[in-house]
Design a protein around this ligand. Structure first.
Ligand code: BGC
Length: 266
């Protein structure tokens, strides 16, 4: 089945690489005009926009730090300026600053919460302001707007040495559910995706060489995920095929959140 997002506009944050870039490419392939947000990697984001435009799609790259309110306001203003509307937000920007808690600097706590949680709040708020003003665009989508929060299996699985990251993703879970409860009567659909170990720059150390074998002990399905595994779910959640899906989290993790070590122990 061909999923069409024709005449829809999608904004993907943190889209210069990894899950964000794959999501932007997949949404563009389905016909959406795409805003590729990046923080510091202008080159790859602009290259992706060029690639999409060369393939007959519509894309622009816009730099903005999602943890900064004025940057977020400018990002959404530029989206409307370029494409006239917004239908889909993929709040994807995220980072890790790992350390044992006794060694964790306040700066590393604040940076992670700032991007992963505050950034998702600021972007969701900006999107909701547009969606409520815009309403349902007849013939374009059954919903007045869709938000997909990029969470993590660590919204559920505690993670020693990554307390800032796990706390940010636990926060994303209840941010998402609260926003969905607040806005679904306006026909706005808000959901999360919780990826497990996906092969990207964020976890290169854990997914390469001998470390990969160790990681696979945590993944019953027996492989590390690819960015397309997540991008395909982004496409489904952004489309009307998931029109009755509201306020839920889709785990895309090869079974990592099933606590596989309990299979033959406990
Ligand atoms: C993290 C990765 C990690 C995965 C599974 C993700 O949210 O960003 O570094 O490999 O969770 O633990």
């Amino acid at each position: 089945m061909q999923i069409s997002l024709a005449r829809q506009v999608a904004l993907v944050t943190g889209a210069s690489s990894g899950i964000g870039a794959a999501s932007a490419r997949t949404l563009a392939d389905a016909g959406a005009a795409v805003v590729i947000n990046y923080h510091s990697s202008a080159g790859p984001a602009e290259a992706l926009a060029r690639e999409i435009n060369a393939n007959g799609g519509h894309a622009i790259a816009v730099g903005a730090d999602v943890s900064k309110e004025p940057d977020v306001e400018r990002l959404f203003a530029q989206t409307l300026e370029a494409f006239g509307s917004l239908d889909i937000l993929v709040a994807n920007s995220g980072l890790q600053k790992d350390a044992a808690t006794v060694d964790m600097r306040l700066e590393d706590w604040n940076t992670v919460i700032g991007t992963n949680l505050t950034g998702q709040f600021l972007c969701a708020r900006a999107a909701l302001r547009i969606f409520t003003r815009q309403g349902i665009r007849q013939g374009v989508s059954r919903a007045a707007g869709k938000i997909i929060h990029m969470s993590s299996v660590h919204q559920r699985i505690p993670w020693a040495g990554h307390a800032n990251y796990a706390a940010s993703k636990g926060g994303v879970d209840l941010l998402m559910q609260s926003l969905a409860q607040e806005t679904s009567h306006q026909r706005i659909r808000i959901n999360s995706i919780a990826p497990g170990a996906i092969r990207t720059a964020i976890n290169r150390d854990a997914t390469e060489g001998a470390q990969e074998q160790k990681l696979l002990e945590l993944i019953p399905y027996g492989r590390v995920g690819d960015v397309e595994d997540v991008a395909n779910a982004v496409l489904w959640l952004a489309s009307d095929l998931s029109d009755y899906v509201v306020g839920t989290t889709l785990f895309i993790d090869g079974g990592m959140s099933l606590y596989p070590r309990f299979r033959d122990n406990g």
